[in-house]
Design a protein around this ligand. Structure first.
Ligand SMILES: Nc1nc2c(c(=O)[nH]1)N[C@H]1C(S)=C(S)[C@@H](COP(=O)(O)O)O[C@H]1N2
Ligand SMILES: [Mo]
Length: 166
């Protein structure tokens, strides 16, 4: 009898821990989907973020111009590396997919070396989907002249929707 009760409790515990996700589910509209090689999720599809969850991630700032915007302006938003840490990413690179199906691959080394931003704001304004929002991959072009070439321009994806860790 005791054994049965014990096993039932163990069984229940297993069920509960299987159902539980490490990250709390979004309550607002989903705006970013992260999947692939990650350990922390909040759904069967991976980690899904709403705006409040994005705003809680560690943010960074890059003041630069780029090939699209001539003026030097400040970009702010989550540091890509902080986001990857948060979801327990363990791959060497990430695939970034935009709403227009534009896809690029960025290595984790490059993300770390240049502290790349998943910018949400440009000059204090939230970027929207009809501009470069909701997320724009921003490199510090102004501080690193070696970035000013077509490779890094092409990695500067805007209208980002999804990240797959590989
Ligand atoms: N979402 C999205 N981001 C993108 C692209 C795209 O087609 N879609 N093109 C990339 C490429 S290849 C380059 S060179 C630059 C192009 O910027 P431009 O078209 O304003 O010159 O943005 C990059 N970011
Ligand atoms: Mo390009």
């Amino acid at each position: 009898m005791r054994k049965t009760v014990f096993l039932s409790i163990v069984g229940l515990f297993c069920l509960v821990s299987f159902a539980a996700f490490a990250i709390t589910a979004p309550t607002g509209d989903p705006i970013l989907w992260v999947s692939g090689n990650i350990t922390q999720t909040n759904s069967d599809q991976g980690a899904i973020f709403d705006r409040a969850m994005i705003d809680k991630l560690e943010h960074g700032s890059i003041t630069t111009n780029n090939h699209v915007v001539e003026d030097v302006v400040e970009y702010t938003g989550p540091r890509l590396e902080s986001l990857l840490d948060y979801v327990g990413a363990f791959g060497d690179s990430i695939k970034v997919i935009a709403w227009d199906d534009y896809i690029i691959t960025i290595s984790r080394d490059v993300i770390r070396k240049y502290d790349v931003l998943l910018a949400t704001d440009e000059a204090g304004q939230r970027m929207t989907i009809d501009g470069k929002g909701p997320f724009f991959v921003v490199f510090p072009f102004a501080d690193h002249a070696e970035l000013r070439n077509d490779l890094y321009y092409s990695l500067s994806a805007w209208q980002v929707k999804e990240i797959i860790v590989e």
